[in-house]
Ligand binder design. Structure first.
Ligand SMILES: C[S@@+](CC[C@H](N)C(=O)[O-])C[C@H]1O[C@@H](n2cnc3c(N)ncnc32)[C@H](O)[C@@H]1O
Length: 371
């Protein structure tokens, strides 16, 4: 089965006529839907609402933007300093999303959304530019193919469609499952590449509760219908951890499965994660105390935090733990006088002697903001 052409055909139909089989019930923030044309609301093939994670001023990239609903919702949240880019490989979907752009620009008070043609597993490749190249230099033999490959490498490097470290928030609604298994690793690497340091991810997608057998994966209806290409529920988290993301979390987990096929449950989830602000570990004498309630916890970089102990951390980990999504779980102790920075990341379980932290600047003393 050619995954890409099966998916292209299915979503070209979906752009022309509403496909009830592709619709998964989702409760959206209805206030954001008022401004949207009915056609965009109806041709919704999402399975969650990643627009909930958008902040004012964000540059947002929506992978597999389809008719553009999430992009137009996000555009209302980013405000006039923000920007939303929808990327999709399907011309019919892009045409549908772009059709309403002038009206939406008037309603939103500015044109903050653009829709661009690309493959989400190769965010540097400018597919429109490649098609223009192919008109002039069609591929009919191995030599032409080698020229195309060279052109692609140069284009990715010199004028990437989505530049390195250019996006605050990558969102996606029911699309990652449509990418071939062979390209799923590369897809997550690409998400990492385009995010700014400290950038966020919010992906709504379908996961399976058991491994999916090959005969289901080879079924074009099940694959293009967002079912048999789904990640397994543990693998979905793991692929983000393996590619360097921090704080990888299921922020939403639908109790009821959307579909059950041969006893395998397929349900909608929303994964959130963060790209670390820097990769350099410098020791300046910082410590954190894990509040509990567990005896200890271990992060994805294998730091171990014992409840109530002053644990040594590098400056990068200190800021992540005391300012990031787990900030309510940690008390921070910054050194009163920072020592000369030494490249060092604390080996698992390293404690910071009390004498070294006395007089330090203590932060996050309460986790509730209440007395
Ligand atoms: C299930 S629909 C979801 C559309 C939209 N996110 C929504 O919430 O309605 C999947 C969309 O992803 C696009 N798509 C699938 N695989 C893609 C890929 N590898 N690269 C770019 N777009 C892709 C399809 O063309 C289609 O528009």
């Amino acid at each position: 089965m050619n995954v890409q052409s099966t998916v292209l055909d299915r979503y070209s139909e979906g752009a022309k006529e509403v496909q009830p089989d592709l619709c998964c019930p989702v409760s959206y923030n209805t206030e954001l839907l008022h401004a949207l044309p009915k056609e965009i609301i109806d041709k919704d093939y999402g399975c969650g609402d990643p627009s909930r994670y958008v902040r004012k001023g964000d540059v947002v990239l929506d992978l597999g933007s389809g008719a553009g609903k999430i992009c137009y919702m996000a555009a209302q949240l980013v405000g006039d300093k923000g920007q939303v880019i929808g990327i999709d490989m399907n011309d019919d979907m892009l045409a549908l999303a772009r059709k309403h752009q002038p009206d939406m620009a008037v309603k939103l008070g500015g044109n903050r959304v653009r829709f661009t043609k690309g493959n989400i597993q190769d965010l540097a490749l400018d597919v429109d530019a490649m098609e223009r190249y192919l008109e002039k230099a069609p591929v009919s033999n191995a030599r032409d193919l080698a020229s195309l490959t060279l052109w692609q490498s140069k284009q990715r490097l010199e004028q990437p469609l989505i530049a390195d470290s250019s996006v605050d928030l990558v969102i996606s609604n029911c699309v990652l499952n449509l990418v071939s298994d062979a390209e799923k690793q590369q897809l997550v690497q690409e998400i990492f590449r385009v995010l700014k340091p400290g950038g966020r991810v919010a992906i709504s997608d379908i996961v399976s509760d058991e491994p999916i057998p090959v005969h289901l994966k080879r079924d074009p209806e099940l694959w293009s219908g967002c079912i048999s290409g789904a990640f397994h529920e543990q693998e979905f988290l793991q692929v983000f951890v393996d590619n360097g993301f921090l704080a990888v979390t299921y922020d939403k987990w639908e109790a009821a499965p959307w579909q059950v096929v041969e006893g395998i449950e397929f349900r909608s989830v929303t994964l959130t994660a963060i790209k670390g602000a820097s990769s350099e570990c410098l020791d300046k004498g910082h410590a954190v105390i894990y509040r509990g309630p567990y005896a200890s916890i271990t992060d994805d970089e294998e730091h171990v935090f014992y409840r109530g102990e002053r644990m040594a951390v590098c400056e990068r980990t200190f800021h992540f733990l005391t300012e990031g999504p787990m900030k309510n779980d940690f008390i921070g102790i910054a050194p009163a006088i920072e020592r000369e920075p030494i490249p060092w990341c604390a080996p698992p379980g390293t404690k910071r002697p009390v004498a070294e932290t006395k007089g330090g600047i203590i932060s996050n003393t309460t986790n509730s903001g209440c007395c």
